[in-house]
Design a protein around this ligand. Structure first.
Ligand code: F6P
Length: 342
């Protein structure tokens, strides 16, 4: 068999670990050839390929980013996109495809399987942890680790200068990174899209804290939090997403907190730092287990499926189920965070 592999969407720590696992298992255990498609779905659309051998995946386990490159290309927005992919796969003798990505990349994979019977399996990647049908996506643990370390470091400046420090983290329309890093970093207030806490209620908590004799606070805000009165960015990508970082919710929030409370406030936007660099051991292991599972799914011809984590077990679920809706932060997590507000 000849297997294609692609990585789509935002880069994410652990992508190379998946590529390594699929390649090692594919070549060593199953005797396949592995062909990399470059830049996400742009690869199979435009025939951008590179063969992947065992030498290519040496020393990439700990490396961030993706040796295949990535993009947010949506073949369903391109005229004749599906037929072009079908032809490229046929021309390259590709029998099956492993798509590594988040809701957009895997949403394309799900449609290619459901509507056009493409032989594709998926691997759940995203720092946002917002994919359904899996407990965790790889990349999330690294992003939370980076954000938690930043919050720890910001504590010292907050304390020394009696300031409110606002930390804006990624996560798109879910607050997973904010809630988990906020709990781990001891945040005094966390604002996420799932919980419509008003700016005034947030400020009340900060005042309450200061009345208790604490003269500094850490506020973690998710980039997708709906702050009253904010205008939306206009540009959308091929999947219809606006760029949330351009809204600048952290800076707007910091201005409002200072104006309403009188406490000196600063903002730190963590941005792509959360996605960069080496994956944590947990992400390396999760990505590796997902890659091995994806290879097994292909070998068993279980197409339309995605590797997933349920408890401590790697299982497979349907791509359609995984991409049907976003996995938002449940109330139980919010209750844990809330216990430490103010
Ligand atoms: O989906 C991952 C993610 O990092 C989101 O958290 C963020 O909103 C988005 O990608 C940023 O995308 P870009 O790299 O295109 O700025």
């Amino acid at each position: 068999m000849r297997i294609g592999v692609l990585t789509g969407g935002g880069d994410c720590p652990g992508l190379n670990a998946v590529i390594r696992a699929v390649t090692r298992k594919g070549i060593e255990a199953h005797g396949w050839e592995v062909l990399g498609f470059q830049n996400g779905w742009q690869g199979p659309l435009e025939g951008l390929t590179r063969p992947i051998g065992l030498d290519d995946v040496e020393d990439i386990l700990a490396r961030g980013g993706t040796i295949l490159g990535s993009s947010r290309t949506n073949p369903f927005k391109v005229d004749g996109g599906v037929d072009r992919i079908r032809k490229v796969l046929a021309d390259n003798g590709v029998d099956a495809l492993v798509a590594i990505g988040g809701e957009d990349t895997l949403g394309v994979a799900a449609r290619l399987f459901e509507e056009h019977n493409f032989p594709v399996v998926g691997v759940p990647k995203t720092i946002d942890n917002d994919l359904s049908a899996t407990d965790y996506t790889f990349g999330f643990d690294t992003a939370v680790t980076v954000a938690t370390e930043a919050i720890d470091r910001l504590h010292t400046t907050a304390e020394s200068h009696n300031r409110v420090m606002v930390v804006e983290v990624m996560g798109r329309h879910t607050g997973w990174i904010a809630v988990v890093s906020g709990i781990a970093g001891g945040a005094d207030m966390i604002l996420i899209p799932e919980q419509p806490v008003s700016i005034e209620d947030a400020c009340k908590e900060l005042r309450r804290r200061h009345e208790r004799g604490k003269d500094f606070s850490i506020v973690v805000v998710s980039e997708g939090y709906e702050l009253e009165g904010m205008s939306e960015a206009q540009d959308v990508d091929q999947f219809g997403h606006i760029s949330l970082s351009e809204r600048g919710v952290g800076a707007a929030l910091a201005r409002q907190i200072e104006a309403r409370t009188g406490y000196e406030t600063r903002v730190t936007v963590l941005g792509h730092v959360q996605r960069g660099g080496s994956p944590t051991p947990r992400d390396r292991v999760l990505a590796t287990r997902y890659g091995l599972k994806a290879a097994d799914l292909v070998e068993a011809r279980k197409f339309g499926r995605m590797a997933a984590l349920h408890g401590d077990e790697i299982v497979d679920v349907s791509l359609a189920e995984a991409t049907a809706e976003l996995k938002t932060v449940p109330a139980e997590w919010w209750t844990v965070a809330q216990a430490f507000f103010g």
